[in-house]
Write a protein that binds this ligand. Sequence first.
Ligand SMILES: C[S@@+](CC[C@H](N)C(=O)[O-])C[C@H]1O[C@@H](n2cnc3c(N)ncnc32)[C@H](O)[C@@H]1O
Length: 471
Amino acid sequence: MLRILTRIVLSGENQRKLKSVAWNKNLCSEASVSADFFLKPIMENQLYRPPPEVRGMTSLDKDAFTQTITVPALRVPTGVLNKVMKSLKKSTIQRPGMPRVIQDKEESSGMRVVLLDPHRVSSPSSFSEAEAEALRAFGVAAELHSHELKLTYENLKCDEVLEAVLPQGQDVTSGFSRVGHIAHMNLRDHQLPFKNLIGQVIMDKNPGVTCVVNKTNIIDSTYRNFKMEVLAGEENMVAKVKENGVTYEFDFSRVYWNPRLSTEHQRVVERVERGDAVFDVFAGVGPFAIPAARLAATVWANDLNPDSYTWLQHNCKLNKMESRTKTFNLDGRAFIRGPLRQELPALLLGEARVHVVMNLPAMALEFLDAFRGLLKTETPCYQNLPTVYCYGFSKDDNPEQDVVDRASRSLGFTLKNNYFVYSVRNVAPNKDMMCVRFTLPKEVLFCSDDELTEPSEEPAPKKQKCEETAQ
Ligand SMILES: C[S@@+](CC[C@H](N)C(=O)[O-])C[C@H]1O[C@@H](n2cnc3c(N)ncnc32)[C@H](O)[C@@H]1O
């Protein structure tokens, strides 16, 4: 019997030896399996666990992860190799960067060595009925061999490396958000001493990631962008992403971008039709505005952050939407009371539907006060009133009621059954991002009393002046 062997250098509990085992599905029972190796299934992660010396490493030394392990193998005639590989798909070794088929030691033998997954195949009887049948049909010798394999850093998964390095018993979350070539992490305190190593491993193990950043907890409350620290890779923060079929480019360190909002962007844009008018009060780099323009809506998009404004204009050009999108660099209230105020009277008389998107969840509900008495000097028109999509965070037990109450307070008008409210996503334990969608009440727009410009801190009053005057 030919033995396929290269020498083993195995440490600790991973030092197991495979012995070739004669196997014939008809003759061979579990009891006839000779090697101890086969009797105990190898626990996942145990065999691939890196050497214990890597624990506590703060600067990545890839060579320290190299070790030799022993895996089961089958010798397969070259002529039936492809068919056998198809039949044994579930049982062959699956490791990053590791071949599943290698040359036989005797090159002229007409055989190849198929490496098997030691967690699945511990004895010949580990094969499923279908696999065993296929092997018989293709005339593959019923023998398992041991094969020594050099397992390197390249063959380990991200979590396997980090679990081996970071302090035992502490959370090893290697999760990140991907924004183009940038992996964006939010490391915990106990992970910080290993931050550069973590960054390097994330980059190595995720094709296409060439820069890893850690979001510090400091958020610029005005522009909603985070302070970031580059942990590994290039310093290039200009990302290119595709969302719902639209391409955006922006400097991720200077503007707001959240890949978790793509569904919400789509949900709102789906309500926009050809010819509609869309006012995006807090537009960012354009993920509501540009798709709406692509649907042949006319768009007015605004952002106070000069960097967002620049990238918004850039993205309009990139997507050939400049002619349908007017861009502004104003405070949200100034935008509502300026460009929006100017366009609205004519739009209310027309056929086009009007949408006002207000995605600044930390503050947008308060900005609704800008609509109070906005058209007080115009002849009241009760048709074609704008639909407002206003976002807000809530930590309340009843977040739906909470955001509706806060919207009502800012408007100076109680939204009753004329709204739709839903949770967009859970941003933290006990904190939801909500959206309240409503038709802007005529009582608010044409209210003659514009003295109440500051949102009240009090709970929603039962009846406010706007309601009383506007019937
Ligand atoms: C949460 S982001 C949303 C951006 C974009 N709409 C999106 O969905 O990705 C809010 C945006 O509002 C902008 N912003 C913050 N304060 C503002 C203000 N007072 N007036 C106008 N824009 C403001 C920020 O610069 C940021 O781009």
